[in-house]
Design a protein around this ligand. Structure first.
Ligand code: THU
Length: 160
């Protein structure tokens, strides 16, 4: 899945895209995409539908939804779906993710990423420069760095 955000919104080289996250238009686009991904969530057990939109540093956006399973354990969160889609296509550098979750009828609250998803983010993303955008509506957003949501984490550096 690719996007023309580079031309349309930022007019900067793709490798500089992550410096322009403050651009409201880019955040809005990610939130819109995350809301849109909720329609694909497969949630017969929880009924809780999560959508995610992961912005790679090359400007591409990968959508994800949660995918549940009758055996419960194999269920996958929206965030990890988005990450694994990107990584399986050779993309490993990321700037931000927007996350939207709630019951089918509508999103009532902010939906923070689970611990397993935070650990996956920590494998690939900079603690200070990767942004996690939680949205309750297109207007109501909270933005954190990965460091804020996942301090003192165990990362690939710890194995060196
Ligand atoms: N879920 C996500 O996809 N992302 C989150 O950030 C929190 C939880 C999913 C897992 C499960 O399918 C459902 O939401 C209820 O926990």
């Amino acid at each position: 899945m690719s996007t023309d955000l580079r031309e349309k919104d930022t007019k900067v080289p793709s490798n500089k895209l992550h410096n322009f996250l403050v651009a409201e238009s880019l955040i809005d686009e990610l939130v819109k995409r995350a809301f849109g991904m909720r329609q694909f969530a497969y949630t017969p057990y929880s009924g809780f539908k999560v959508g995610a939109a992961l912005l790679a540093k090359n400007g591409d956006i990968y959508g994800g939804c949660n995918i549940e399973n009758a055996a419960y354990g194999p269920s996958n969160c929206a965030e990890r779906t988005a990450f694994f889609k990107a990584i399986s296509e050779g993309v490993r550098e990321f700037a931000a993710i927007a996350i939207v979750g709630g019951p089918e009828e509508g999103v009532k609250d902010f939906c923070a990423p689970c611990g397993v998803c935070r650990q996956v983010m920590a494998e690939f993303c900079s603690p200070e420069e990767f942004y996690i955008i939680l949205a309750k509506s297109p207007e109501e957003k909270k933005i954190f760095t990965l460091e804020q949501l996942f301090p003192e984490s165990f990362t690939p550096n710890d194995l060196k």
